[in-house]
Structure formats: structure tokens, C-alpha cells
Design a protein around this ligand. Structure first.
Ligand code: 13P
Length: 252
């Protein structure tokens, strides 16, 4: 039985006062017991968020980590061991904004995945196709390649302690959402691919959907059999809307 996970990726949002208000709202939110909830603040706010959350049922994650796990001479980067020290449980790896805007390669993504795990954190591996790739009928191929890069380099067992997030690039921040059927088709494909390696892994791994998830569409998306929760961007910046989304993932 997979416990759903709803993760709020705050991206590069939030001045200190905004973060205080958001965490205050989360502290008071009505969250379901049968859903795991996590928030991913910008690095500069991680420690503040960990300290200000008065409840232990909301986990904190980081949006990125350095390619090398330990501390060292790598100006501007933050290591997985430093994030673990701040009590981060999860790390996003391979988000499309980092793949496409910041040019992260599969090699870099694999290195960050390893770093996260070596610091006892759980990587959330993001995959997804662009609009052009979808229109060219390449969605499954792209997703298979992105997952395959990690499986080939690190072995399929590396996914035992990981989460996968399917985020179609064309749906991120655009207000366009994959329909529940479109999203389910890709999630089922990912699970089938993993099942070819290990039936247990395929059955147990959580596959989140991301891309314009909102209070109004979350229940339909999360109702699909292979969608185990969501990776939420814009809508996670509002505690009321985010908690509605979290509740939509419950009682499956
Ligand atoms: P939006 O929910 O704003 O579309 O962002 C999705 C996302 O990229 C989460 O990582």
C-alpha cells in the first residue's frame, strides 16, 4: 500500500515575511493523516521553516543539492550533508527548470541523486516531456530515457529509496494540466517499465504528478490508480489551497 505524498515546491518564492505567514497557515491547516506532506522552501529559508513548523507531520525537503555529498570547496553550492543536518528528508533532483534553464545533464542528475542518498535523504526524481516532444509523440520515450539514465548508471535498486515525479514541462506554471487520463497513461508506463526490473519496486514506488495541480483538479488526478500524490508549485504558496490539495490525496 503506497502512502500518498503531496509535496509543495516553493521554487524561488518568498521573502521572510511571506514564509512566516505561509508556515503559520500550514501550522493551522487541516491535513489528512493518511497522506505524507512535505514542503520544499528555497535554501535560505530551510532552517527557518524547520524551526517554525510546530507540527511533525509536515516534512521539509530541499530543491537541489550539490553533486558532491560532503562539505568542500564548491562556491555557491549546498551539500546534501548540510541539508540533512538541517533535517531535510527529501531533495528534488532533475526538475525541468534545472534541466532546461540551468542545463543540468543526466550525469549531474545522477551525481545529485547519489549525493542525496549518501546523506540519507530521499531523492524525488523529476521527469517529463516538453510540448514539442509530446506533439511529436515522444512522451514515453523521453520519460523512459530520463529514468533509464538513473537506472543504467546506478542500478534499479537505487529507486527503492526514491520518489518519481512526472511533470510534463508544458503543464508547469502554465495553467495547462495533463488530463487525469493523460497523466495516468504516463504513470502506468513508468510503473510498467519498473516492473520489468522488479515487481516489488514497481508496486511500492510513489509516482507523483506535477504541473498546474490546484484545489480544483487535484482530486480527479489523485483518483487515478497510478498517481500517488502531487508535486505542487504555485498552488503550494497558499496554505489553504495547499491543504485542500493534500486532503484530495487522502482516503484512496
Ligand atoms: P506548478 O504547480 O506551478 O505548475 O509547478 C509544478 C512544478 O514544477 C512543481 O515542481
Amino acid at each position: 500500500m503506497r502512502k500518498p505524498l503531496v509535496a509543495g515546491n516553493w521554487k524561488m518564492h518568498g521573502l521572510r515575511a511571506d514564509i512566516v505567514e505561509l508556515v503559520d497557515g500550514l501550522n493551522k491547516a487541516d491535513l489528512p493523516d493518511d497522506v505524507e506532506v512535505a514542503v520544499f522552501p528555497p535554501f535560505i529559508h530551510v532552517e527557518r521553516v524547520v524551526g517554525a513548523l510546530s507540527r511533525s507531520d509536515i516534512k521539509v525537503g530541499a530543491q537541489d543539492c550539490a553533486i558532491q555529498p560532503g562539505q568542500g570547496a564548491l562556491t555557491g553550492e549546498v551539500s546534501a550533508s548540510q541539508l540533512r543536518d538541517l533535517e531535510c528528508k527529501y531533495v528534488l533532483v532533475g526538475h525541468s527548470e534545472r534541466r532546461l534553464v540551468l542545463g543540468e545533464s543526466d550525469q549531474v542528475i545522477c551525481d545529485k541523486f547519489v549525493s542525496a542518498q549518501s546523506a540519507q535523504m530521499i531523492p524525488v526524481l523529476c521527469v517529463g516531456e516538453t510540448r514539442e516532444q509530446r506533439e511529436a509523440g515522444e512522451t514515453f520515450e523521453v520519460v523512459r530515457e530520463q529514468l533509464g539514465a538513473v537506472i543504467d548508471a546506478l542500478g534499479v535498486q537505487s529507486l527503492v529509496s526514491a520518489v518519481v515525479a512526472y511533470e510534463p514541462v508544458w503543464a508547469i506554471g502554465t495553467g495547462l494540466t495533463a488530463t487525469p487520463d493523460e497523466a495516468q497513461a504516463v504513470h502506468a508506463e513508468i510503473r510498467a517499465l519498473l516492473s520489468g526490473y522488479s515487481k516489488d519496486l514497481a508496486e511500492e514506488i510513489r509516482i507523483l504528478y506535477g504541473g498546474s495541480v490546484k484545489a480544483t483538479n487535484a482530486a480527479e488526478l489523485f483518483g487515478m490508480p497510478d498517481i500517488d500524490g502531487g508535486l505542487v508549485g504555485g498552488a503550494s504558496l497558499n496554505a489553504d489551497e495547499f491543504s485542500t490539495i493534500c486532503r484530495a490525496a487522502g482516503c484512496k
